[in-house]
Design a protein around this ligand. Structure first.
Ligand code: HEM
Ligand code: HEM
Length: 228
């Protein structure tokens, strides 16, 4: 068995930071009141994290790149027939990859609709003052009635899948903590150097600044004027 670095530190930190943000978003969104200020801040953080993961999917460590785990029909069929190649399962396996893309899309949709949502009392997303009432209504409805149960359902499935794989002796959890996987095949390791980590920080800082600029711009140009 070779111990191979699969998840670079930025990917692992991204994952656990996103978990904390999403849990915090559900708690603050459901309790509401003054906690909505934190709901907004955590929402901007979640949006920044998802944007970071999109960029990292092109420039990150080998196994974190989208091209490496794009669930093509060929890869899915090979996997379902039990003929997966070692490189199909070293990172996200083709079924896991479907849930990864679905999770990223759903969290992005939740954060984007949040930017246009309005609770009709005090809290308005920073871009809600820039679009029609009808668009705000649609975004808020998606945010509350659709996005919320979809994310809860998919996260439940995600965690259940990790538990089932662990029971089947495919240990996915620990590699998401320490980065390495014991593999029989001699596969390329993900680059996880100090330089790559600094690059990740620079990308994150640029995206955080872009989200901050968008929110500030929305709050100053919108008509509602009470966004956070
Ligand atoms: C709010 C909850 C969660 C969200 C939104 C979420 C989202 C994600 C995403 C987007 C990935 C892909 C990682 C990447 O390539 O960047 C992933 C992978 C993973 N997550 Fe989560 N996750 C959540 C909760 C959890 C929890 C509670 C656990 C622990 C049991 C967990 C364990 C894992 C593992 C082990 C992987 C790697 C799976 C594999 O090897 O294919 N996740 N998750
Ligand atoms: C991944 C990100 C997000 C998640 C998981 C999330 C989740 C939630 C949840 C669970 C609620 C409570 C809905 C209910 O009462 O049943 C909520 C409400 C709300 N969220 Fe988010 N949210 C996210 C991002 C955002 C962002 C970025 C903003 C705005 C900047 C935002 C603005 C709002 C508003 C205004 C409400 C109140 C809607 C109402 O009560 O009519 N959310 N969100």
């Amino acid at each position: 068995m070779n111990r191979v670095r699969i998840w670079d530190l930025p990917t692992r930190l991204f994952h656990w930071a996103l978990v904390l943000c999403v849990i915090g978003l559900f708690v603050t969104g459901r309790i509401g009141g003054d906690l909505m200020n934190w709901h907004f801040r955590l929402g901007y953080a979640a949006l920044t994290l998802v944007l970071f993961r999109v960029v990292w999917g092109f420039i990150g460590g080998y196994w974190s790149r989208f091209a490496r785990f794009l669930p093509t029909p060929g890869r899915i069929l090979r996997y379902l027939r039990g003929q997966a190649r070692p490189e199909d399962t070293a990172g996200h396996n083709p079924l896991g990859a479907c849930s990864v893309f679905a999770l990223l899309i759903l969290v992005a949709a939740q954060a984007i609709t949040g930017l246009f949502s309005y609770d009709e009392i005090a809290f308005a997303g920073p871009l809600s003052g820039l679009v029609s009432d009808h668009a705000v209504d649609l975004a808020t409805r998606y945010h509350k009635a659709w996005g919320q149960p979809l994310i809860i359902g998919l996260v439940a499935l995600h965690v259940l899948a990790i538990i089932v794989y662990t029971a089947l002796k495919h240990h996915l959890f620990w590699p998401m903590i320490v980065g390495d996987k014991p593999l029989e095949a001699d596969l390329a390791a993900a680059r996880d150097t100090a330089g790559a980590r600094i690059l990740a920080l620079v990308v994150l800082a640029i995206l955080a600044a872009a989200v901050y600029a968008l929110v500030t711009w929305g709050n100053t140009h919108g008509t509602a004027g009470f966004g956070y």
